[in-house]
Write a protein that binds this ligand. Structure first.
Ligand code: 5GP
Length: 112
């Protein structure tokens, strides 16, 4: 069971932003931006490689609700999902990092 499944089950608390029957958005415990929210399907899917188009379509609509709820839809934000070892994924439960609340920097993330 991943840490995110424990959060979904209510075994570990989280600072919730929004949820519906299928998805949950909550603040990252170790934020790297003024706003850093994790958006997950409640049903465990390992990563972006394994998620269906059907879930992604619904996750897109839920994510848009979250960005509006946080007032990021007009200001802008970044949406990132880490996949596997090179991607730096730590929790094997699909999640999107929603980052915003200020002008974000951009640059080379890895050496060749
Ligand atoms: P990954 O590296 O897998 O893309 O991101 C995992 C994220 O989960 C990290 O940003 C980390 O701070 C966050 N995280 C890990 N454990 C917890 C937790 O128990 N609660 C919350 N809210 N975030 C967590």
């Amino acid at each position: 069971m991943t840490i995110f499944e424990k959060i979904v089950a209510g075994e570990i608390p989280c600072n919730k932003v929004l949820e519906n029957d299928e998805f949950l958005a909550f603040h990252d415990i170790n934020p790297i931006a003024p706003i850093h929210v994790l958006i997950i399907p409640k049903q465990c899917v390992k990563d972006f490689e394994e998620v269906s188009g059907e879930i992604m379509a619904k996750l897109t609509l839920f994510t848009q609700e979250v960005t509006k709820h946080l007032g990021l839809d007009k200001k802008g934000y970044r949406l990132v999902t880490n996949i596997g070892n090179d991607g730096g994924q730590e929790v094997p439960h699909l999640h999107f990092h929603l980052l915003g609340g200020g002008k974000l920097s951009w640059g080379n993330l890895a050496k060749k």
